[in-house]
Design a protein around this ligand. Structure first.
Ligand SMILES: [Zn+2]
Length: 153
């Protein structure tokens, strides 16, 4: 499942990316263009803009209107409208929260000077973004997200 997410919902987009979903942001894009792109790329629109959602409905596009402020409630709204499924979070399936690219596992020896020594000592698995070269490991962000997923379920 691919998504187009309202820039106002950046946190949702980041979480979806870490969960492994291809998720593009939009801001300052014409509604018509956005709807066209969603249709062509087969993306589900997630938005707080009710008018946009209505237009998507008319075109027969799957979209999710987000009315809640709380992130857990927002995720539940997504789950109600889609058959989105996710399990354990894994670095192998995650996408880069910054740029939406896929990530690849890398050896510790390849990143010796790129992360703190302490991080290298404390972790064994590392991934690098295929797009922006950002390095990731299963740190506190993943733990927080795992906790978040448990709360949704
Ligand atoms: Zn990236």
């Amino acid at each position: 499942m691919l998504f187009f997410v309202d820039a106002m919902l950046g946190n949702i987009a980041k979480k979806l990316r870490i969960l492994g979903f291809d998720c593009k942001y939009y801001s300052d894009i014409d509604d018509v263009k956005l709807l066209e792109k969603s249709k062509n790329e087969n993306r589900v629109i997630i938005s707080k803009d009710q008018n946009l959602i209505k237009r998507a409905d008319k075109m027969g596009l799957l979209s999710v209107y987000i009315s809640k402020e709380d992130e857990i409630e927002q995720f539940k709204e997504i789950l109600q409208k889609t058959n989105l499924e996710f399990g354990e979070i894994s670095g192998d399936g995650a996408r880069c929260p910054k740029c939406n690219s896929t990530t690849s596992k890398i050896k510790k020896s390849e990143i010796i000077n790129q992360v703190k020594e302490k991080t290298l000592e404390e972790h064994d698995e590392f991934w690098r973004c295929d797009g922006c070269d950002q390095i990731y490991w299963e740190g506190i962000h993943i733990k927080n997200l795992q906790e978040f997923v448990r709360k949704i379920k």
